[in-house]
Write a protein of this length. Sequence first.
Length: 109
Amino acid sequence: MALDQSALLDLLAQLKLTDVTDRIRSATESLYQELIDAEATAFIGAAPFERSDGRTTHRNGTRPRTLTTTAGDLDLKIPKLRAGTFFPALRSRPVEWCKSRQARVASLT
């Protein structure tokens, strides 16, 4: 689901009001989320709310995940599927996902 022109302008206005570090983190988070959504669309065979004969399953909400990067912790939404499983190619480096999970568990204790 690509951002339209007005959404990009709104995002730019919000980024101007924040610190440079927060801008980088926010821009990186938006980019990663767009990549995840595009990969899910390709995996499913249809965009959200699109009817397609090539559709393999349907989306069923999202699950929150934190990805630790040099830009900071990114709060991402990973699409869930009704049938089957999907996890983005970003998971090719599982240590980053595990570290963020361990950090959250440590913060609860």
